[in-house]
Design a binder for this molecule. Sequence first.
Ligand SMILES: [Zn+2]
Length: 320
Amino acid sequence: MVYLVRRTRVKMMHLFSTSILLLGLVAGAIASGSWTYTNLSAWNLLANTKCNGKIQSPIAIVDSEAQTNATLGTFTKNHFIPNPISNTVINNGHSLQVNVGGGYMINDRKLLPGVYWPAQFHFHWALQGSRSGGSEHTLNGKQYFAEMHIVHNNNNTKNNQLNEKNGIAVLGFFIQADAISNNTAFDKLLHLAKKVKYTGESAIVNTPLPVSDFLPKDLTMFYRYSGSLTTPLCNEVVVWSVFKTPISISNSQKQEWQSILYYNNTETGQQYLIGDNFRPTQNLNGRIVTKPGNKSPDFNQQSKIKFLLITMIPIATLLF
Ligand SMILES: [Zn+2]
């Protein structure tokens, strides 16, 4: 997860935009130092780093190992309404990020342990020609083309989200290129991305993007665990919800996406395409992943029917 806006001029523009953005950026500004996806071990050496902690993200999610939790609710698109009042799109050198001002709040204790408002969303994706995908989490061993992270701040943390348990809630969505026609929301996003091709560039979005337009149709199944930011300083303050159903975009959108955004390599002074901007999966270290639902994974509806048939047939035979 990219939480940080590195370039000062980008920060300055937005510090004065809205008070809501101000809160998000103050939280983001705590992270420090320059880092890359090509030298991950250096993350552990940064001042005040938590990247070598015990509850890090992302993780490899395995559906059959996730425990059912009947108290977990279900997200619906209504949770993402009203739409944001303002958006700013940013190339922060690590990702494409859209800052969110105003709009919905998630206030549902069956879903999240507090009131959360959206600060920004951003993406992790694979470079063209990469052998692997570009998502951060994996599901049942699969790494998807990309992953979207919608970052929410806990309203009760007095702008200290990066230091308090459950200070941040991230909703993660896998993205795959299997749609026949273009995804309209991503057409808009890619159009905006062309305005911020180089690191440090940002653009105000005239018509804010409804977050709900980006979501997959089915939000019912998700995986919940406690983890961290996936970029330095890897603060262990995140309540994660990673959704099972991926977002679908077209293959031409995927290829376009992979050729728009550049970062500046400070050592060579050259521009390179942003991509493969994912952190590898981290050890669970005993953490339990949960998912909504009532059924025990070993005793589902089909097993119940089989059990009834096996027990009832001999009884019926005895009776008649
Ligand atoms: Zn992210």
